[in-house]
Design a protein around this ligand. Sequence first.
Ligand SMILES: Cc1cc2c(cc1C)[n+](S(=O)(=O)[O-])c1c(=O)[nH]c(=O)nc-1n2C[C@H](O)[C@H](O)[C@H](O)COP(=O)(O)O
Length: 497
Amino acid sequence: MISGATVAQHNSRESCWIIVHGKVYDVTEFLDDHPGGSKIILKYAGKDATEEYDPIHPPDAITTNLPKEKHLGPVDPSSLQKTVKVVTSVEKARKEKLNRRPLIDEILSLHDFEAIAKEVMPLPAWAYYSSAADDEITNRENHVAYHRVWFRPRVLRDVNKVDFSTSLLGTKTSMPIYITATALGKLGHPEGEKNLTRAAGKFGVIQMIPTLASCSFDEIVDAAIDSQTQWMQLYVNKNRDLTKKFVQHAESRGIKGLFITVDAPQLGRREKDMRMKFEDSGAKVQNENGEQVDRNQGAARAISSFIDPGLCWADLKWFKSITKMPIILKGVQTWEDAVMAYDHGVAGVVLSNHGGRQLDFARSGIEVLVEVVAKMKEHVPGMTFPNEKFQLFVDGGVRRATDVLKAVALGANGVGIGRPFLYAYSAYGQEGVEKALQILHDEFEMNMRLLGAQTLKDVVPAMVDARGLSSHVVSVPGDRLYETNYESMVGARIREE
Ligand SMILES: Cc1cc2c(cc1C)[n+](S(=O)(=O)[O-])c1c(=O)[nH]c(=O)nc-1n2C[C@H](O)[C@H](O)[C@H](O)COP(=O)(O)O
């Protein structure tokens, strides 16, 4: 075993050893290849880096990315100096609030989870999960757009029994929703993405596994029950061999859909997240030779510089040559690209702006949906929606079953939901996600009855009035629930006395 004192001698750029999960690694030659820059590693040179490593990296990231000869073996735990983690007064206060959070039975809506998580979850996690690009206009528009779609419910229909199950990409699902891909699951809870897997399995809904998960891909797949369907979200790597290996491994593990993210050639500027990064001087993402590395994406930057901004339509042929999984483009934002996706033979698109985390002032998925359906019907006369061969998904700002039913009425096969599930498990763990899914289930049951719809086949365009959807000046009642959760976080920067 290697003693802590020996490890501590290797604490410089010339010789840099770190400890992760009780094992010692020589990362000297890896320093400048680290996507998050060398500074954050040098901050832990000669020390135990596990605490900083865990929320950002899947457990196997260091063992798979570092050559075997750099794995130096176990450290002698008795030789390690006990490092006392400094807990700031802000984090201490949040931890105390976590113990005083409302009972889960008091939670009535997905908004409640956000309001609680905002007070109790670790601040860097709140900053990362809640943040969106620039002035966060699109993030708010995503939600408010649903307020410009009104229902035209029908009455005196026997709605004693209602059924809102459906199938997405050939998989049965209990509700027309899926848990969408959101990165860094362990920032909010030590079980990370596995909270989502287990709850999704219990409720018969699909989980989309993110490339940038904190848990390893195999951990997440292993946490699923046999009958459960999972999709994968892919950020395409500049190194196509790594992408091919990842995609074919996912297919071998039974993944039923490949969602290629196309709206993030570079991650957006998420200022709440950026503010958190400036607090930790060691997180300065720039390499030693003074080259200013773009630090615009805060936490995400540390793990996303592998993404290939050169991804283009011509690559789809290659993707079809390496996998049989249905390919869906996630992050399409105009009818023109939806038509191109159809012509390139993919299985569908997610009409999405990445939860407002990419291009600010991009339009909401629901607004784009209406134009895509209209233009696709022109492009393919006789085409109907929802369509089995070319599936349309939307995501962004969805917080109620009524939001989902509006999208279904306008032609969507299914709807992705992101942040609410993150907030649910950041405040209540897996039980929180289950509660969120139960709330949605109950809302669907009620709203289907009130709409006069026995099954989703009855949820048709005539059931909504979306004439105001594309006019961004329509005034609607203030959205107090949503607004109470929104804040700039600048207040959080009031310096310690
Ligand atoms: C909230 C959130 C969303 C992320 C997300 C991380 C968080 C914390 N990340 S990100 O770090 O790169 O931005 C991803 C991601 O890994 N890949 C992706 O395709 N979408 C990512 N998204 C977008 C997500 O898949 C949905 O498009 C978005 O969350 C839908 O909006 P709501 O959160 O309002 O439901």
